[in-house]
Design a protein. Structure first.
Length: 280
């Protein structure tokens, strides 16, 4: 019973398909049919069939739909008109020059009758801005400082001697001097905040003797300095806690390893430092 139903359904599909092909043949013989053939290369077949009310030949698989239409066209001997075909050929044969690839690191140029490789525009830009390079910790902290300072300058602009209307500021000199003092103060505050948050430790480096004229340097430990007392590290005395801690660390290392020559306590920016001599 089920097999008979399947055969009946297939026969109905074939009859429906045959009716659709017959209707398509009748349609193609009209003027609208020729317009349909002229546009068949320009648009999606399902969109084109919907415009000309040919939904009865549209299958889920558009390749089958195109094969059915192509077979009917070949039987009728129909082709796009010359003007339509020519327009399609001209469209496909058009060539537009493409821009050069700026992502390449080098490009070739002709100089003095020979070809040379030079840096591309993108490569030059990357060299200037270092966009492909990861920032170091120091560069990152400097960026944070600059960002915070820019935010402060937006709300505290530098006083001007004369505004856009031409009006003079009678208190320019006093205002400017006061602004400069505030600027220096805010720079110190910003640096203290950045160091407290992102770089609170000072590296303590130890120098070991390795031979007659050779030495080895190694980071022994780090000393916390959230208050940024090391911003003037060479001005500190032995009364300051970080100097006492550094001396204790160096003395303990000297007892453990007699090859210790001296220690070196660097500041937060690794620009300045202070020599720590171990006890005899």
């Amino acid at each position: 019973m089920k097999k008979e139903k399947t055969i009946t359904d297939n026969l109905n599909k074939v009859k429906k398909s045959e009716k659709g092909v017959a209707r398509l043949k009748a349609f193609l013989k009209t003027a609208s049919g020729q317009k349909f053939v002229n546009n068949i290369h320009k648009e999606r077949i399902d969109v084109l069939c919907k415009r000309y009310h040919l939904n009865y030949i549209v299958y889920t698989n558009l390749t089958i739909t195109m094969n059915v239409i192509s077979s009917v066209l070949s039987k009728l001997g129909m082709k796009p008109e010359n003007n339509a075909k020519k327009a399609v050929e001209e469209l496909t044969e058009q060539h537009h020059p493409q821009p050069k690839r700026l992502t390449l690191h080098t490009r070739k140029i002709e100089k003095d009758g020979r070809i040379e490789k030079v840096k591309s525009e993108c490569s030059k830009l990357n060299t200037i801005n270092d966009r492909n390079r990861k920032l170091t910790h120091k560069e990152l902290l400097n960026g944070y400082k600059a960002h915070k300072l820019d935010k402060w300058l937006m709300t505290n602009p530098e006083p001007i001697e004369q505004d856009s209307t031409g009006q003079l500021n009678a208190f320019y000199e006093s205002d400017h001097e006061e602004w400069k003092k505030k600027l220096e103060l805010i720079k110190v505050q910003i640096e203290d905040k950045i160091i407290y948050k992102y770089n609170p430790n000072l590296p303590l480096i130890v120098r070991y003797k390795n031979g007659e004229q050779s030495y080895i340097h190694k980071i022994l430990t780090t000393i916390p300095d959230k208050e940024n007392t090391a911003k003037n590290i060479n001005g500190l005395t032995e009364k300051d806690s970080i100097i006492n801690i550094a001396k204790t660390k160096i003395n303990n290392e000297k007892k453990r390893n007699p090859k210790v020559i001296a220690g070196y306590l660097r500041d937060h920016n690794n620009q300045f430092g202070r020599v720590i001599i171990p006890a005899a």
